[in-house]
Design a protein around this ligand. Structure first.
Ligand SMILES: Cc1cc2nc3c(=O)[nH]c(=O)nc-3n(C[C@H](O)[C@H](O)[C@H](O)COP(=O)(O)OP(=O)(O)OC[C@H]3O[C@@H](n4cnc5c(N)ncnc54)[C@H](O)[C@@H]3O)c2cc1C
Length: 417
């Protein structure tokens, strides 16, 4: 461990020229063992674990814009594991378990903050459903519990919680181990770690086509030239169907814009990320004091990275009922991302019908929390040639066999049903 004197620390702080870039730029080579399309958290995590866990370093991450400029840098950073369906319960339980040690593993502070997640029930039906979820999670060793009104008032004194209309609250599902992390630090941490191990990270490089021969992937065509490879992973949330089209693969996915917005900073008032089950409408307070808010996707499918003011008006109207302190807060910023959502609401991960072409898609607006585990499982699958059991339920086959992983009613996409 390095020990610094006060003088050295002062020099570090005052002399920015002593600090190099977070990682060196790479030149695109003409051949790689693995090409990863998309420099978001998922693509970068896959590259990192390929190198760190399996010694596979002849890998390129190809990003058309800048690292984390897609949904990784646009999400509301919620990390939770309160799913219901067997494949999702196991995967997200494992994913949640990877966050507490991630900063240490990457030697880069991703600011994971287990501040807790609270899901409010507004009807007897929702309360019963939450009890079922709490039981399923407990049986799987994933901490989550029910809280009654007295406990909710104690946990979150600033919330207006009661049985009165128009938005009664009957109880809640609490997950104390859930929380948030700094989303772009996750991309930077994985990028730095992967680069140190020899992975090439190429920004400003767009994949424009895929060369396929006898149903085998042979090369990836980019705006900087052709890269030969037998294995590619497409991790381009929001653009998965566009890249799949290049291979003639049809994904069971629709793409929707999703918005998020943030208030001016307030004094600490909201401890947990709190969701209202009225559709989906949530808020969480950042370390800086801003209240980050979000909810359902826009109602119309599309590729615009922005949404309509109507969704913001609808979400804030709901939130203000339960969080009256928001009524006088000003909004500072609004932004949008684009989310790929599968017809059953769960991810689509694994080998495609084209040999050598793998997808890591369909995470909707729930995939930030999945970043470490998705990368880890994908790297394992590529290195061993056998799909990791945790991502097996997300495979393409379920859409032909009918074994859907129907998380629509229980997860964040109730509007699908
Ligand atoms: C508003 C919003 C809020 C969200 N909130 C949460 C949340 O609170 N918690 C949660 O768990 N999840 C949340 N999500 C979802 C989460 O952000 C995503 O599931 C996750 O970040 C996906 O990561 P990724 O690495 O797969 O994709 P991205 O970060 O989108 O990276 C994909 C990259 O691929 C690049 N790319 C696209 N096409 C090409 C091409 N042809 N060639 C080269 N590169 C290409 C893009 O530029 C992009 O950088 C939210 C999403 C949105 C939009």
């Amino acid at each position: 461990m390095t020990h610094y004197s006060l003088l050295q620390l002062a020099a570090e702080a005052l002399l920015p020229s002593r600090r190099g870039p977070a990682f060196e730029q790479s030149e695109l080579k003409s051949r790689y063992d693995v090409v990863i399309v998309g420099g978001g958290g998922h693509g970068l995590a896959t590259a990192y674990y390929l190198a760190a866990q399996h010694g596979i370093t002849n890998v390129a991450v190809i990003e058309r814009g800048w690292l984390g400029g897609g949904n990784t840098g646009r999400n509301t950073t919620i990390i939770r594991a309160d799913y219901l369906m067997p494949g999702n319960v196991a995967f997200f339980g494992h994913a949640l378990g990877m966050w507490p040690t991630l900063s240490r593993e990457l030697n880069f502070n991703v600011m994971f903050s287990p501040r807790g997640y609270l899901d409010l029930a507004h009807s007897e039906g929702q309360l019963d459903h939450f009890k079922r979820r709490a039981n399923v999670l407990a049986l799987n060793g994933i901490g989550a519990r029910m809280a009654d009104l007295d406990e909710l008032r104690e946990l979150e004194p600033a919330l207006s919680i009661g049985l009165e209309p128009p938005i009664p609250v009957l109880g809640g599902l609490v997950q104390d181990t859930a929380g948030t992390a700094r989303h772009d630090a996750v991309a930077w941490g994985y990028a730095r770690g992967a680069r140190k191990l020899g992975v090439d990270i190429i920004q400003g490089c767009e994949v424009l086509g895929l060369e396929i021969e006898n149903n085998h992937l042979r090369a990836v065509k980019t705006n900087r030239g052709v890269v030969r490879t037998d294995t590619a992973v497409v991790s381009v949330a929001g653009n998965s169907s566009r890249v799949a089209d290049m291979a003639g693969v049809k994904l069971p996915i629709e793409t929707y814009p999703v918005q998020a917005f943030v208030s001016e900073p307030l004094k600490p008032i909201l401890h947990r990320v709190t969701n209202l089950n009225l559709g989906y409408a949530y808020a969480g307070q950042t370390d800086k004091g801003e209240i980050v808010m979000g909810g359902n996707a826009e109602p119309m499918a599309g590729y615009a990275q922005r949404g309509s003011p109507l969704r913001i008006a609808e979400l804030t109207a709901k939130l203000v009922h339960i969080m009256p302190f928001l009524s006088r807060a000003r909004l500072m910023r609004v932004w949008g991302g684009i989310a790929d959502i599968a017809t059953d609401g769960s991810a689509v991960v694994g080998p495609s019908p084209v040999a050598g072409l793998h997808f890591n898609a369909g995470w909707g607006y729930s995939g930030f929390k999945a970043t470490p585990a998705a990368g880890w499982c994908m790297a394992h699958s590529l290195a061993s040639g056998k799909t990791h059991p945790l991502i097996e339920p997300f495979g393409f086959e379920r859409f032909s066999s009918g074994a859907f992983l129907d998380e629509g009613g229980a997860g964040p996409y109730p509007w699908l049903h």
